[in-house]
Design a protein around this ligand. Structure first.
Ligand code: PLP
Length: 341
């Protein structure tokens, strides 16, 4: 139980904290990776930590169906599908997005695990409004079939969802202590921000010596500081946290968004190839590949100092490499190493 909230345990915890010797030598830093891609069911990833708490709440409220939303390649949707399958529930994933042209990557996995995927092309109006309308329509359909629907926001990033990463902050602090890592900095991807906020609150509230940097992979809808403080205040009030940070206490990089959310990018692909070829760890083009590309740039730019200890949080997402528009770009670059006799 964390901050007086129950969860249903289904993760493989603690996830490993591994040293990356080859990349450490090449980059002249001490590089560790926290393997939250290995959290267990449904091919793993960060959202499962949030879902342990959300599932408990859903079950406590008598829900029979989990409804969530996100882009067509939502990893959070896939992991919600995994949890629903394992716990005998239905799952429906709403995507205001284009159909990517084939049932592959996360959509394939959603369907393998029995979830319904509802795709609706944006009509150009405010996306939140479109999601609200679609959610009302689909919920009504499920309810008319006797289902009790539990709605989980995009990325599972509400006040409850952050608990998974509050807990991860404590797990990381213990692992760093056991490995005698001094002044280590955790670097994580920032999407809907639940992961970053959970880590921030956990590290600060538990007085961890670890510091934290987030790497935004899409632009904030409003001014960065306002966005972060608004989310933090909600969490602080919900848990009555005795923390009083100012905007500058939140370290979130916005210089590495590149073309925008989930857009193919050569530097991101290079970062994915580097991690795969030097350490045999698979990253994804939307989240972790972009964050690792940012780490490579930050080393070049001196934002990460020589000799610094970095813990890169691998939040999962590798099914994304099979998204058609990413796969096509990779195929062009990788075909030269395929010998066809
Ligand atoms: C693989 C992966 N990494 C990182 C993130 C970002 O996490 P958050 O939305 O909690 O910021 C996501 C979110 O969808 C994800 O799927």
């Amino acid at each position: 139980m964390l901050l007086n909230h129950e969860k249903i345990n289904f993760l493989h915890l603690p996830t490993p904290l591994e040293y990356l010797p080859t990349l450490s030598k090449e980059l002249e830093i001490e590089l560790y990776i926290k393997r939250d891609d290995l959290t267990g069911i449904g091919m793993g990833g960060n959202k499962l930590r949030k879902l342990e708490y959300l599932l408990y709440d859903a079950k406590a409220k008598g829900a029979t169906t989990l409804l969530t939303m996100g882009g067509a390649q939502t990893n959070h949707g896939r992991l919600t599908a995994a949890v629903a399958a394992k716990y005998g529930m239905k799952c429906v994933i709403l995507c205001i997005d284009e159909y990517p042209g084939e049932v592959s990557a996360n959509i394939l996995l959603d369907r393998l695990m029995g979830a319904e995927v509802v795709l609706k092309k944006s009509d150009g109006r405010n996306v939140t409004t479109q999601y609200e309308e679609l959610e009302a329509e689909v919920t009504k359909r499920y309810e008319s079939n006797g289902e009790i629907v539990y709605s989980i926001p995009i990325g599972g990033s509400n006040e409850l969802g952050i608990l998974g990463y509050y807990e991860c902050a404590m797990e990381l602090t213990k692992q760093a202590e056991e490995k005698n890592l001094k002044n280590a900095r955790v670097i994580t991807t920032v999407g809907s921000m639940g992961t970053y906020m959970g880590l921030f609150c956990g590290l600060k509230n538990e007085k961890s010596p670890l510091s934290l940097t987030g790497v935004a992979i899409l632009p904030f809808e409003t001014d960065k500081d306002t966005h972060i403080m608004r989310y933090f205040e909600k969490v602080k009030d919900f848990y009555d946290l005795p923390l009083t940070p100012t905007g500058s206490d939140f370290d979130v990089e916005v210089d590495y968004i590149r073309e925008g959310y989930n857009k193919p990018n050569p530097a991101v692909r290079e970062a994915i190839y580097k991690m795969a070829r030097k350490e045999a760890i698979i990253l994804d083009p939307c989240y972790t590949g972009k964050t690792f590309a940012a780490i490579l740039d930050m080393v070049q730019e001196g934002k990460i100092e020589k000799g610094e200890t970095i813990i890169f949080l691998h939040t999962g997402g590798h099914p994304g490499i099979n998204t058609p528009f990413h796969r096509i770009e990779m195929e062009k670059e990788l075909i030269d190493g395929v010998t066809i006799l």
